[in-house]
Design a protein around this ligand. Structure first.
Ligand code: ADP
Ligand code: MG
Ligand code: MG
Length: 899
């Protein structure tokens, strides 16, 4: 530790960094360095590393050596700029900006104008040619940002004081306050500051800077940042870098201003000029929606020279990053400065269209293109759209900022959104504009509607990042506290609205939905060559390449003919899991009850004989739909009493009958059976292979039905490929016992029909994974049941944990995401790895797949690729997601092998 502190470098000048150092310098710092080295106009500055932040957070103090390094870099900055920080006569001012590896829009803190105090405010005015108004405006902004960020003074206090100043003057905009007004406002701000902190606003520029740096470090752990990271699955221990940047001023008058821009439309992916500009303004003003911005095109009229330069820079950046970039810039008296860039967030549709377009433009190849999109984005494109065939009339139209079709009850605060959503009510969060404190409500809501702000507003950026439907800038709407009104219609809290994040339309009531274009394409209803929407051809091209590249096969979990048919249209190459239990429900209950209640072998055999032809019919459907492809049928898994009425219901029925003096007859018999079979821990009880071994003939009946169905189809000239899967095996002896009987039945039924039936097992009990070598002797395939395997490895009951303690576990960082959602690589994953290796060692031809929920989870698919499974199996709707992720996994692992 100590030796390390001497050699460790905590501070990098912008000229020293580059875009690949995001881990160390954060995204903002790495890209500021990259732009600096590209020769773009970036104000001078330096970056304090994320490692310094991690050390500060761990030790509660700045690591030794940091202060000295900052002082050195500050001195260098001062000499570059020819000014000293906070010099009373001619001050250098800086911004102190957060910037983590992953962009977390508005989640952490930045303080502008550091270095101003009661004296240097005059020096700043002199620098600006006697512009007192500008100097006092900058000073009041410093006290406001510093107070809020560094000293936790409630932001409203400052906002109210600013509001009061405007009211007193009878003006609407802060630009209408003059130097004297702002000077008075500074006095008020200082009082607010002193009242809340118990001390005066610090006048020493170095102290200001130092405190601001520590505040940025601490902002990594602000509640909203923690919440955002959890939502976006960003690790909690990365820390933020701190960028200290020489200030440039957009608030010097009408020839100055500040703006944000995208090199392409982040909502549609189309090329063009996208951005917002605000004259005579500083930093946050644009995103905060304080005054109305103008579209970026208008800058051409206001300042042609800067506009042209900006367009040139945007094209340089696209050419350099080979991707959509977003940009923050400021114009100081006609001089353009670049303050930030990064590869920009975009909607799912834009991601596909941009990747496709970049291939056409020769900027990237197809391999790169498939890594530019994700399964999560594809899943979003498969969400339903509004069905407008009923011609619903729109209440109003805003800007479609993040696509999707969302309906829900209107709520006006983040807290209400969270409350109602917790009761399972879908809600639409309506705000004038959102700010980072609204994050919990935005997460809870189905969609977000704002009346102010454009595509770059907080609501838009955050919603796009989360893939949440958002309409912003619906400026006809008057948003109140418990209702909003538009064109004479009042919509109150609790009323239902529907918002379309693509068109920006807002409808009263619930609008019905239909399948998206992308789903229609997968269904084979839309020819990609003919589709009007370039999205469909982009998806087609990317999916085709992913299929070309992937090594993993993708099957579906499907129990019925129609599900199997859809899965096949979506690209499934077989069924990885056909559950047989639902086949025991409905009008077959009667037979199942007879089976369970049978007191003699004859009674039991009769019940089984009744079920057998029905089962054969079920399998015929599946094999027919999956002709030529493997179908894995799992023998019955759940405990039998699940097929009987509940203990409580039966007990009540019987009691009532007794009261009426009637005989409860059959119900009484059932009740006795349910009592007899009652288990304390049914998950660990008589189910799966255990049931098969205890109830004679049950598995045999299923095996016979499978084999007969296959033979019937084969005789018809088809090619059924059944695979019989035994659930919940923990010891090879269990499997061997079942296998012996199954082989006998199969041989008897199949005869010379040419049907080949594989027999294998689920690996879902840890012992099975640990004895995989033995089990493989009796199994032609393994299929990892990762739901049960996760449950039994962790000892978590999957039906109980989510509400009970997972929230706390996630908060504590015990895991970043539920192990039922994404495979726990270290624990459960290790069992999978061991079982694959030992299973294949014992039987090289062993087929290995996975059929738990994880089969459709993007991260897990990458893991299954790495450990060398043959296939993943997931629900039909996830099949395209798994295909895409399997393609990405191949490309990415090929890439890392080359390195
Ligand atoms: P965020 O990550 O929330 O965007 P930033 O650190 O980018 O925060 O800063 C907030 C605002 O202040 C942005 O609009 C940015 O462009 C502006 N800003 C930051 N540093 C400077 C500077 N040195 N000069 C002028 N404006 C700045
Ligand atoms: Mg920024
Ligand atoms: Mg299971």
């Amino acid at each position: 530790m100590e030796g390390n502190a001497q050699t460790e470098k905590f501070v990098y000048d912008f000229a020293e960094g580059n875009k690949d150092l995001k881990d160390l310098l954060g995204g903002k710092g790495a890209n500021l360095a990259e732009m600096t080295n590209l020769g773009l106009p970036v104000p001078a500055g330096f970056t304090i590393t994320t490692v310094a932040c991690q050390r500060y957070l761990a030790d509660g103090a700045q690591p030794p050596g940091l202060a000295e390094e900052v002082a050195e870099h500050m001195a260098a900055l001062e000499s570059t700029m020819g000014r000293r920080l906070g010099d009373p006569g001619d001050p250098l001012l800086v911004s102190v900006r957060s910037g983590a590896k992953f962009s977390m829009p508005g989640m952490m803190e930045t303080v502008l104008n550091v270095g101003l105090n009661d004296e240097s405010v005059a020096g700043l005015s002199a620098q600006a040619g006697g512009n007192d108004r500008f100097a006092w405006d900058s000073y009041r902004r410093l006290i406001q940002m510093f107070g809020k960020t560094v000293c936790e003074v409630p932001g409203e206090e400052f906002e109210n004081a600013l509001g009061d100043a405007k009211t007193a003057k009878g003006v609407r905009d802060d630009v209408d306050l003059d130097a004297d007004d702002l000077k008075q406002l500074v006095d008020v701000y200082k009082k607010v500051f002193a009242k809340h902190t118990g001390h005066e606003f610090p006048q020493d520029p170095r102290e200001q800077m130092n405190l601001a740096i520590e505040a940025v470090f601490r902002s990594w752990n602000a509640d909203r940042a923690v919440l955002y990271r959890r939502q976006e699955r960003i690790p909690a221990d990365l820390g933020t870098a701190v960028n200290v940047v020489a200030m440039v001023f957009g608030n010097l008058g009408p020839d100055s201003g500040t703006g944000v821009a995208f090199t392409r439309d982040p909502a549609s992916g189309e090329q063009g000029i996208y951005g917002d500009y605000l004259q005579n303004a500083q930093g946050e003003d644009v995103v905060a929606g304080i005054r109305n911005t103008v579209p970026l095109e208008d800058l051409e009229r206001l300042d042609k020279k800067s506009y042209d330069e900006l367009l040139r820079i945007m094209s340089t950046l696209e050419g350099h990053y080979h991707d959509l970039c977003d940009i923050e810039f400021t114009i100081e008296r006609g001089k353009l400065w670049m303050l930030q860039t990064r590869v920009g967030k975009r909607t799912a549709a834009a991601a596909f269209k941009i990747a496709d377009a970049l291939v056409d433009e020769g900027m990237i190849d197809l391999d790169e293109a498939i890594t530019r999109v994700s399964g999560a984005q594809l899943a979003q494109l498969m969400f339903p759209r509004f069905d407008l065939s009923g011609d619903p009339t729109a209440l109003t139209k805003g800007i479609g900022a993040s696509p999707g079709a969302a309906s829900g009850q209107v709520v006006f605060t983040s807290a209400h959104a969270v409350e109602r959503a917790a009761d399972g009510v879908p809600v639409i969060l309506v705000r004038r504009e959102t700010n980072p404190d609204d994050l919990p409500g935005m997460i809870a809501a189905q969609g977000i509607l704002t009346s102010r702000g454009g595509k770059t507003s907080h609501a838009a950026v955050v919603a796009r990042g989360m893939g949440k439907t958002c309409v912003c800038g619906a400026d006809d709407i008057e948003v109140g506290t418990t209702s909003f009104s538009v064109d004479g219609t009042t919509v109150s809290e609790g009323d239902t609205v529907s918002i379309d994040g693509t068109t920006g339309r807002v409808y009263l009531g619930e609008v019905p939905v239909r399948a998206s274009e992308v789903v229609q394409y997968f269904e084979g209803e839309l020819d990609p060559a003919q589709a009007d929407d370039p999205l469909v051809s982009a998806v087609h091209r990317i999916m085709t390449h992913a299929d070309d590249r992937r090594r993993l096969r993708v099957r579906a979990n499907a129990d019925t003919g129609p599900d199997a048919a859809r899965a096949r249209r979506f690209g499934a190459e077989g069924i990885g899991l056909a559950r047989t239990e639902h086949m025991f429900l409905g009008d077959r209950r009667e037979l199942v009850e007879r089976l369970i209640l049978a007191r003699t072998d004859e009674e039991r055999d009769a019940a089984l004989a009744g079920l057998q032809p029905l089962q054969r019919g079920d399998f015929l459907d599946l094999f027919r739909e999956m002709d030529g492809l493997p179908v894995t049928v799992r023998l019955i898994d759940p405990p039998l009493h699940e097929f009987l009425p509940s203990l409580e219901d039966l007990a009540v029925e019987v009691a009532l009958a007794n009261e009426r003096g009637e005989s409860a007859g059959k119900q009484e018999t059932l009740l006795a059976a349910v009592r007899r079979m009652h288990e304390q821990n049914p998950m660990l009880g008589l189910r799966g292979v255990r049931l098969g071994l205890v109830v004679p003939g049950l598995f045999g009946m299923q095996v016979r039905a499978i084999a007969e169905a296959a033979v019937e189809l084969a005789r018809d000239g088809r090619n059924p490929r059944p695979e019989i899967m035994v659930p919940l095996v923990g010891a090879v002896q269990e499997l061997e016992t079942v296998r012996l009987e199954a082989e006998r039945i199969v041989a008897e039924v199949v005869g010379d029909s040419g049907v080949d039936v594989l027999i294998g097992t689920m690996i879902e009990v840890p012992r099975a994974a640990l004895t995989a070598g033995q089990i493989a002797e009796a199994a032609e395939f393994f299929s990892f049941g990762t739901n049960d395997l996760t449950q039994m490895t962790w000892g978590f009951s999957r039906d109980d944990v989510e509400g009970a303690f997972f929230g706390r576990y996630l908060e504590l960082g015990i895991f970043g995401v539920s192990p039922f959602e994404s495979i726990d690589r270290d624990g459960v994953g290790r069992l999978v790895r061991v079982a694959v290796e030992e299973g294949r060692a014992a039987r090289p031809s062993l087929k290995v797949g996975v059929c738990g929920e994880h089969g459709g989870d993007p991260d897990s698919v990458h893991f299954f690729h790495e450990v060398g499974l043959d296939y993943v199996s997931c629900s039909p709707f996830r099949v395209p997601v798994a295909r895409l992720e399997a393609g990405r996994a191949s490309v990415e692992s090929a890439g890392s092998d080359n390195r």
